[in-house]
Design a binder for this molecule. Structure first.
Ligand code: GLN
Length: 248
């Protein structure tokens, strides 16, 4: 089995160790004998045809402004790749730019790709700290996601749009509606840094399964791994979020 991962703007959108998510996907694939190739997709690069999984990290307003025009131009090909079954993970600044637009703290409106049915407007106060979500990507199976958030952006989902989860502790999309992230089929957007995947191995496996499903049509059952260290990291991050409690 082989997977091709497209890493969008690794030079520009990579804060709070977001690059670590790629390392986790590669290692968890390798432990199952799945070959995984990472293709960096930078300025003026096109989206490769046979892509199984797309990834984009977070970034400050400055870096977002540098890539927004180029990303919007890649928009149709990116949406097509997802429509053709590619899985996708977008974190924070990358997540915001996959919505319709991001109005940053200077008031500049950065164009978005429109893959996610949402928009984002930066507020005065940053929403910072550990965060804990309840998430149900498989119907009837509620799991938790633990991470770290740091954003000025307030994200608003369209009526009826699917969130990644419900905030248990923390701010989430906007600190008001109790929602975090967005999900459109195999595409996931979230504010959770950390990086996200080392302390939430079930989500890494969900993404690998969905990426493999692009070729086979159905997510194969992946051999379980011994996640003692990951589970402890999740427990520590969850207890920090509980202790913080964060509200605007
Ligand atoms: N610059 C964006 C904001 O402040 C995204 C920040 C990030 O990626 N952590 O909301």
């Amino acid at each position: 089995m082989h997977l091709t991962v497209g890493h969008l703007y690794p030079e520009y959108l990579n804060i709070y160790a977001d690059r670590g998510n790629i390392a986790v996907l590669a290692q968890r694939a390798a432990w199952r004998g799945i070959e995984l190739t990472v293709e960096p997709i930078g300025m003026a690069d096109s989206i490769p045809g046979e892509i199984d999984l797309l990834y984009v990290g977070g970034g400050q307003d400055r870096e977002q402004a540098l890539v927004a025009g180029d990303l919007a131009a890649k928009g149709p090909a990116l949406v097509e790749a997802v429509d053709n079954g590619a899985a996708l993970l977008a974190v924070c600044g990358g997540y915001q730019l996959l919505g319709r637009f991001y109005r940053d703290r200077s008031g500049a409106e950065l164009p978005g790709v429109g893959l996610f049915p949402l928009f984002t407007v930066a507020g005065e106060r940053r929403m910072i700290g550990d965060i804990l979500l309840s998430s149900e990507l498989r119907p009837g199976i509620a799991r938790t996601l633990a991470g770290f958030e740091n954003h000025a952006g307030r994200t608003y989902l369209d009526e009826g749009a699917g969130a990644l989860g419900r905030v248990v502790h923390g701010f989430g999309n906007n600190g008001q509606d109790g929602l975090e992230g967005c999900r459109v089929g195999r595409a996931i957007g979230t504010y959770l840094h950390g990086p996200l995947l080392p302390r939430n191995p079930w989500l890494a496996d969900w993404l690998l399964g969905e990426a493999l499903a692009r070729g086979s049509g159905e997510a194969p059952a992946l051999e379980p791994l011994r996640d003692g260290l990951e589970d402890r990291a999740h427990a520590v991050a969850s207890s920090r979020a509980r202790a913080r409690g964060g509200r605007l």
